[in-house]
Design a protein around this ligand. Structure first.
Ligand SMILES: [Zn+2]
Length: 527
C-alpha cells in the first residue's frame, strides 16, 4: 500500500488550512496532491501510448481537466502553509508542491504558444531550390545527406524557417513567462529556477565557468584531432552543419549490435544484484513496431508500481547508452520508498539524471567494455574511449554554455541584437569555435534550464562513481553490494536534491572537481 499515511496527512492539511484562512478550509491540500498525482499519471500514460503505439497525443486536453490546480490563490495558500510549517520534512514537501503549482499556474496560460509552435513545425513546408520538404523531414535529410553543399542549403533553410516562423512566438513565450512569474514575486525564470532548486545560480555558474576553463585545452585538442581525422581540416574550418560528425564515431557501430542491447543490460543488472525478472514494477518493451518512437524512454506511470521502458534497438553505442540511461531513471522510480507525491514526482531532476548517467556512463568505462567483451582489440578500445570522452565533454560543455546564456535570456535585460551576440559568444566559448549563425539558435535552443539537471548530474555522477569505486572496487558494477548501495539512495525518490545526495554519500556537497578529474584521467589514459 502506498497511501497508508493518507488520513494523518489529510487531517493535518485540514487543520493547517483552518489556521491560515481563519474561516474554514478554502483548499484541501491532500486533494490537490491526489489530483496532481493523477494528472501526472495520465500525462505519462498518454505519452507512453503515443510513443509506443502512435496514438494521438492530447496533453492539453488532459491538463484542461485540472484547471483547479492552476489557481493563483491555491499557490499563495500552499506558500503560506509552507512558511508556517515547522517540521523540516513537511516544509520541504510543501516547498516542492509550491514550486510545482507556480509552474502549473504560469504554464497553464502559455499552452497556446506551445501548441502553435508545435503546429507550425508539424505542418511547415520548406523550399530548397526546386524541392519542397516537410520541415520535420528536412532535419532527417540534413543528417543523412552526404554532399556538403546540399547539407549547407538544408541547414540554412532550416535556420531561416526558425527565424521567420517560430522565433517570434518563442520570444513572446519567454517574455510572457517572465511577466507571469512576477505575479508570484519571482523576477524571472532565472530567479524562479534557482529558488526552486535551492541553488545560488551565481555560485553554480562560477563552478560551470571553472569547469570550462579547466577543460579548454583538452577539448581543443580532442576536437582538433577529430576534425583532422574526419574532415582533414583544422577544427575552425569545420562548418556548423558538419560539426555533428566530429562526435558520431560510426566506425564503432559494429561493436554494438542492435540485438545485444537488452540482454547485456539484464546481465549487468544481475551482477549488481538486480533481477529484472523479479521486479514486476519495471517492464521493457523492445518489440519492433513501425509506429513506435525510435528513441528509448522511461515512463513512471505509477512510481514503485508501473514503470515502463520503450526501446527500439537499431545498434550503435548511442542506442546502448540511451537504454542504460533510461533504465537508471526506471530503477530510481521502481525502488522508490517514499510515499509522498512531492517526493515521488517533483523536486530537482538533477538527482534522477545522475542515476541515469551512472548506468549510461558504463559505456565509457574501460574495464566495463573489456569485461563485457564488447571491444576486444586494445587499439580500437583506446580510440573508442577517446571518442566517448570527446562526445561526453562536448555535451557537458554545450550545456554549460547554454546555462550561462539562458540566465541572460530569461532576465530580459538584453535587446534582440544583444541576445544574438551573447548566444554566439557564450556557446562559442564552450565550443572554442565561433558560431556562424547564432540567430538560428538563440531562441530555438532554449530549454528553460532543463540542462541544469544534466550539469548537476555530470558532477554528481562523478562523485557517485568515486564513492562506488572506493567502497566496492573498480568493477563496482559487478558487486551486489553496489546495487544495495544504490537501492538505498533510490528509495529516497526525489526527496534528496543533488547537493543532499552528495552529502549523504560523504561529500561536503555537489562538486565539479570529480568530473574534471575524470576528464583529465581519461584524456591522459587514452592517447
Ligand atoms: Zn534522463
Amino acid at each position: 500500500m502506498r497511501h497508508t499515511r493518507f488520513h494523518a496527512v489529510a487531517a493535518l492539511a485540514v487543520a493547517a488550512a483552518l489556521l491560515v484562512s481563519g474561516c474554514g478550509p478554502r483548499y484541501d491540500v491532500e486533494n490537490v496532491r491526489a489530483r496532481a498525482d493523477e494528472m501526472s499519471a495520465r500525462i505519462m500514460e498518454a505519452y507512453y501510448d503515443s510513443d509506443a503505439y502512435g496514438h494521438e497525443l492530447d496533453v492539453a486536453g488532459i491538463i484542461a481537466e485540472y484547471r483547479d490546480l492552476a489557481d493563483p490563490g491555491l499557490v499563495r495558500f500552499v506558500g503560506s502553509l509552507r512558511d508556517r510549517e515547522q517540521d523540516p520534512r513537511r516544509r520541504k514537501q510543501l516547498d516542492f508542491l509550491f514550486y510545482d503549482l507556480v509552474s502549473t499556474a504560469v504554464w497553464h496560460g502559455q499552452a497556446r504558444f506551445y501548441d502553435e509552435i508545435a503546429n507550425i513545425e508539424a505542418t511547415g513546408r520548406v523550399t530548397v531550390g526546386e524541392d519542397e520538404f516537410a520541415y520535420r523531414d528536412l532535419g532527417i535529410e540534413l543528417y543523412n545527406e552526404t554532399d556538403s553543399a546540399t547539407r549547407k542549403r538544408y541547414y540554412l533553410a532550416l535556420g531561416e524557417f526558425a527565424v521567420a516562423r517560430t522565433n517570434p512566438l518563442r520570444k513572446e513565450l519567454i517574455d510572457s513567462t517572465r511577466e507571469r512569474l512576477k505575479g508570484f514575486r519571482f523576477s524571472d525564470l532565472d530567479d524562479y529556477e534557482a529558488a526552486r532548486r535551492g541553488i545560488d545560480f551565481d555560485a553554480f555558474e562560477d563552478g560551470v565557468v571553472a569547469f570550462l576553463e579547466e577543460t579548454n585545452d583538452i577539448y581543443l585538442d580532442l576536437t582538433s584531432e577529430a576534425a583532422r581525422e574526419v574532415f582533414g581540416v583544422e577544427v575552425t574550418e569545420v562548418e556548423d552543419y558538419d560539426r555533428g560528425r566530429l562526435f558520431r564515431g560510426a566506425e564503432f557501430d559494429q561493436y554494438f549490435p542492435a540485438g545485444g542491447t537488452v540482454g547485456l543490460l539484464e546481465d549487468v543488472l544481475l551482477g549488481m544484484g538486480i533481477d529484472l525478472g523479479s521486479l514486476p514494477a519495471v517492464r521493457i518493451d523492445d518489440e519492433d513496431r513501425p509506429d513506435k518512437e525510435p528513441r528509448a524512454a522511461s515512463y513512471a506511470v505509477v512510481p514503485g508500481e508501473d514503470v515502463r521502458i520503450l526501446v527500439k534497438p537499431a545498434g550503435g553505442v548511442g542506442d546502448y547508452e540511451s537504454l542504460f540511461h533510461e533504465m537508471g531513471h526506471a530503477l530510481h522510480d521502481a525502488y522508490i520508498g517514499v510515499e509522498e507525491y512531492e517526493f515521488q514526482r517533483l523536486g530537482d531532476y538533477g538527482t534522477t539524471e545522475a542515476y541515469a548517467y551512472i548506468l549510461e556512463d558504463l559505456l565509457s568505462d574501460e574495464r566495463f567494455i573489456e569485461e563485457t567483451g564488447l571491444i576486444e582489440d586494445a587499439d580500437v578500445l583506446r580510440r573508442f574511449l577517446r571518442k566517448q570522452l570527446l562526445s561526453d565533454l562536448g555535451s557537458a560543455r554545450y550545456y554549460a554554455g547554454l546555462m550561462r546564456y539562458e540566465r541572460r535570456l530569461h532576465r530580459g535585460e538584453l535587446s534582440e541584437e544583444e541576445l544574438v551576440a551573447a548566444y554566439g559568444e557564450l556557446i562559442g566559448e564552450s565550443r572554442l569555435v565561433p558560431l556562424e549563425h547564432p540567430e538560428f539558435g538563440y531562441l530555438a535552443d532554449n530549454e528553460d534550464f532543463y540542462g541544469v539537471n544534466y550539469l548537476e548530474a555530470w558532477f554528481l555522477a562523478a562523485q557517485l562513481r568515486a564513492a562506488l569505486g572506493e567502497r566496492f572496487g573498480e568493477t563496482w558494477w559487478a558487486e551486489p553490494a553496489a546495487g544495495e548501495f544504490l537501492k538505498e539512495l533510490w528509495e529516497f525518490g526525489a526527496e534528496l536534491p543533488p547537493e543532499e545526495v552528495a552529502q549523504r554519500i560523504g561529500y561536503d556537497g555537489l562538486d565539479s572537481a570529480y568530473y574534471i578529474n575524470e576528464v583529465r584521467a581519461a584524456y591522459a589514459a587514452y592517447r
